[in-house]
Design a protein around this ligand. Sequence first.
Ligand code: HEC
Length: 237
Amino acid sequence: MTQPNDTHTEHWHRRLLEGKSALMAVLTTVAISIGGLVEIIPMYSLAAGPQAIAEVSPYTPLELAGRDVYIREGCYNCHSQMVRPFRSETMRYGPWTRAGEYAYDRPFQLGSRRIGPDLQRLGGKYPDAWHYEHMRDPRSTSPGSIMPTYGWLLTDSYDVADVTASVQAMQTLGVPYRDDEVAQVAESLSKQADGIVASLKGQGIETTPDREIVAMIAYLQRLGVDGKAAVAAAEAK
Ligand code: HEC
């Protein structure tokens, strides 16, 4: 029995290309390189990451400390930080997210699951005391919530040296913190934390400025604030 492509019926493609292994290897490499270069060249010719929007400024040291706690506790496993450009999303959360809002977010906290609501437009939605109670026991503010409790944030303290290291790390990554800001992390921390402690006190809660909950509240109240300002500024034009 003869095989279908035995002998002289051989196709030209097989004879001139596939039959010549060296030539075939060279041409395959050329073909793959084109695909690779199309992806690689823009990475080098464009500036790294999204460009900041004028209204977006870096996190304060206290907010950065809260953000580190957010990452440590894995909040991103249940919360996204990206409002998608769909009506159902913008009606629920607010203006959709622009890429430039993440310019100083390293690594960004887009998240991939929404077991809880998106947090990108959270800042200013609730009073500080709400967040305090919600972290202590989510059921106390949101009946039936399946969010875990994070009671230790109310008792544990952040470390000023760690926060300084975080600010320096961000500076290395290109976030525009000035050297004098890095030198004054401790002052900046206590100034902003005192404000939050005072606001909590006004709502009947006693705590101290060194607590992780204070940093977490600073971070949560900052989320999306710059982004909303940027959208408002763009709409006013
Ligand atoms: C197991 C999933 C899960 C984890 C982990 C989780 N959450 Fe939640 N979160 C939820 C759910 C569900 C809700 C909605 C009910 C509620 O308000 O508690 C929620 C609500 C919230 C809200 C209120 C949002 C709004 O717009 O009303 C905030 C703020 C919040 N979570 C912050 C956090 C922070 C900070 C962490 C990490 C320390 C965290 N969550 C971890 C599930 C989670």
